[in-house]
Ligand binder design. Structure first.
Ligand code: IVH
Length: 710
């Protein structure tokens, strides 16, 4: 029941005094919000639509008479706020990350085993997981302070999203005020905004009738509806929301995933009714099977099931790898397929010189997206599947991955179709393209690579694009297109030339500002953006070099281990002198650097062309040592080796913790080792540590040393 209707409700609006108007607006705000909740969330309206309209109209009339009394939570703001100009940016206090994938039952079993191992759980120790649908919508972060919605942001790149507060406030299913007394001071609620199948079909029919743009699928419709510059448009779109997670929270209303989601529900946030608790991999898999059957009748798109470790203290211990939590996984549904004709096979040359066959297809819609290119992986795959130009082929798309050609439909093969011959020269530079021999298993690498290295235009321009890309040098205004154009015009042929661009431009007859699409302002901006990157973190610098096998994570490991660019470069050049050099052994000894990676790095520095590029770059930019992960930690910068069986945590967890605190974890003991942490049954490493006089700690002593630094 709502609060009693005020006595003034029957008085004509013109006759209200200010005090009465204020009281009635207050009542209307609560009452209309309550009816919205009954209607949208509980599907149980108490009043007829016409009565509801009367309330809304009365609210608007009073506000028109007394504009100064309009409340910030007024229902009138829910259908039409003033248009906003573009979207501001919002930096997420806690990044919005993604999930690792599982594609098979086996992957799920592995996931559970991995978690148990990491936590060091005994076989009989219980471990619960939540299981819930993975909604195919768009993720959103809602900031509530003292129970009031104050900001809503899209995921964006995970670190920074768009401010869509005005639009989200028009959504009837997202409460502007959380219900209850025990609300956190502040909390970022995370969840998915989506559109139901029925609403999607109706929206598209309406759009078509009105001659407006239709949407390819419900996800696009939801995204398009939310990202409207005019929130009144969003207000008319039927968007739904499920809360399933959080960012910053002070405090959290529970100590398990499921109890926090329960609290969300109590607060009036929509949560997915399909969420359940499971105790082991079998239960997770059986839930997955159930939902697979139920999928079509849910009424909204899901693309898999998400499993999360229930206990939050476990989640905390498990932490993250790269951009995904160790405590959760997305178990994807199998991909969607379609058939179409393979018109051609094009060989593309990547930044690393890899020749990749790309299927050029007769456009076809697969799972709501038009596909005209698909990957054929490599030459062995083409041969194995015997896919030929002219064939009708099965194309598959799974989630966000690149579409792929699965097989050829032999009954439809044209008589003259010939087996595909993979070229042995690079289509970009004519150099020989070869398959490396893997020394370990004596097998030919599946990938054929151009040997043209730095002279190959495909690699040079791709290397440049990689160099300026967002996760590398991240130079604003220097995207793929400009790089391509500058490269073609001979303005930028190699990374150091980026930094001499301005100086050369000054003495050039054809100035950047006079180029098509450029002006003095954009040229000035670009030069400023380039200058801003003359100081860059060492890990980005290393990653930007595009060394084979050196991704962001490896670059970080290297930056952390060597500290500064001079130490790194000197060591790498020394390591390239031979596999018995100390520098080579040190490199191999770094945890996270395997032999293949080490070999690739050393090969890079063994090539004088590459060293010249690095030197030329260093004349222009100054790589900054990586900030210590935890500045005040007593083990920052120390080299640590774990050995023997630890009793309180697994080796993996101990290692992750040490790295969080800024220590370097190595696999073997040398005189450079600062600490050896020895668990039970420690063997040769312990002996070696004693012989070398390295400090040996018990697990408890180690904990003592780092305590207070979690
Ligand atoms: S939990 C640390 N739960 O999937 C990330 N995500 O692939 C925690 N998604 O960006 C995410 N339904 O947009 C989670 N029930 C669910 C989800 C879900 C859909 C989306 C979300 C996220 C993406 C990750």
């Amino acid at each position: 029941m709502g609060k009693a209707r005020p006595a003034t409700a029957d008085i004509a609006v013109e006759k209200l005094n200010e005090q009465q108007a204020r009281a009635e607006l207050e009542w209307l705000a609560t009452e209309i919000t309550r009816h919205d909740a009954l209607y949208y969330r509980s599907d149980a309206p108490e009043i007829a639509d016409s009565e509801y309209d009367v309330l809304r109209r009365r609210n608007e009339q009073i506000e028109a008479m007394f504009p100064q009394l309009r409340r910030s939570d007024s229902p009138s703001l829910k259908v039409g706020a003033t248009p906003i100009e573009g979207f501001g940016k919002v930096r997420h206090r806690v990044p919005m990350l993604s999930l690792g994938n599982a594609f098979s039952d086996e992957d799920v079993v592995d996931f559970v085993a991995r978690v148990r191992r990491f936590l060091g759980l005994a076989e009989d120790e219980p471990l619960n997981f939540t299981a819930e649908p993975k909604i195919d919508g768009l993720s959103i972060s809602l900031r509530y302070e003292s129970g009031r919605l104050i900001e809503a942001a899209t995921r964006g790149d995970g670190a920074e999203g768009e401010n869509v507060t005005a639009n989200v406030k028009t959504m009837q299913t997202i409460p502007e005020h959380l219900a209850g007394n025990d609300l956190p001071g502040s909390i970022d609620i995370r969840g998915e905004i989506f559109m139901s199948h029925a609403d999607f079909q109706k929206l598209n029919a309406d759009q078509q009738a009105a001659g407006s743009k239709t949407f390819a699928n419900p996800r696009n419709a939801a995204a398009g509806s939310l990202r409207q510059l005019d929130p009144t448009v969003t207000a008319q779109r039927p968007l739904h929301f499920f809360a399933y997670g959080w960012g910053e929270a002070q405090p959290l209303p529970g100590n398990t995933q499921s109890s926090v989601v329960d609290a969300f529900k109590q607060w009036g946030l929509p949560t997915n009714p399909e969420l359940i608790l499971c105790q082991n991999a079998e239960e997770l898999i059986s839930y997955y099977r159930d939902l697979e059957l139920k999928r079509a009748s849910l009424g909204y798109d899901i693309d898999g099931i998400v499993y999360k470790v229930d206990r939050l203290d476990f989640q905390e211990r498990l932490g993250f790898v790269s951009r995904a939590p160790r405590w959760a996984v997305a178990h994807k549904f199998p991909a969607e397929q379609a058939t179409t004709v393979l018109n051609d096979i094009e060989i593309q040359v990547g930044r690393t010189g890899a020749l990749t066959p790309v299927a050029k297809l007769e456009p076809v819609t697969v799972g709501g997206v038009v596909v005209s290119n698909a990957t054929l992986h490599n030459e062995d795959e083409i041969a194995r599947k015997d896919v030929r130009i002219g064939d009708t082929v099965v194309v598959q798309r799974a989630g966000d991955v690149i579409p792929q050609v699965v097989s050829a439909v032999l009954e439809k093969r044209p008589e003259d179709a010939q087996p595909f011959e993979f070229p042995d020269v690079c289509p970009a530079c004519g150099s020989h393209a070869v398959r490396e021999l893997d020394e370990k298993n004596e097998k030919l690498d599946a990938v054929r690579r151009c040997t043209g290295g730095l002279i190959c235009p495909a690699q040079r321009v791709e290397r440049l694009k990689h160099f300026v890309s967002r996760t590398a040098f991240d130079i604003d205004g220097l995207g793929d297109k400009s790089i391509q154009a500058f490269y073609e015009d001979g303005l930028i042929q190699s990374p150091p030339e980026i930094f001499t661009l301005e100086a050369r431009d000054k003495s050039s007859l054809k100035k950047l500002k006079d180029r098509e699409g450029w002006g003095s302002q954009s040229a000035r901006k670009l030069f400023a953006a380039i200058d801003a990157r003359r100081r860059i973190s060492l890990d980005r610098f290393v990653f930007a070099l595009g060394i084979r096998h050196v991704g962001e994570t490896t670059a970080k490991v290297l930056a952390r281990s060597y500290g500064d660019i001079t130490a790194f470069k000197t060591a790498m050049i020394a390591a390239s002198q031979g596999t018995d050099s100390e520098a080579w052994l040190d490199l191999n000894n770094i945890d996270g650097i395997g032999e293949t990676v080490a070999a690739a790095i050393v090969e890079f520095f063994a090539e004088p062309h590459n060293v010249k590029v690095v030197d030329d770059l260093l004349a222009e930019v100054e790589p900054q040592p990586l900030e210590a992960v935890a500045t005040a930690s007593p083990v920052t910068g120390k080299s640590v080796v774990f050995t023997g069986t630890l009793k309180k945590k697994s080796r993996g967890e101990a290692k992750a913790q040490a790295e969080r605190l800024g220590a370097k974890v190595a696999g073997s003991v040398s005189k450079k080792t600062d600490y050896v942490v020895a668990g039970a049954d420690a063997g040769s490493k312990l002996t070696k540590a004693r012989n070398l006089g390295v400090t040996v700690l018990t697990e408890d002593e180690w904990d003592e040393l780092v305590s207070g630094n979690f």
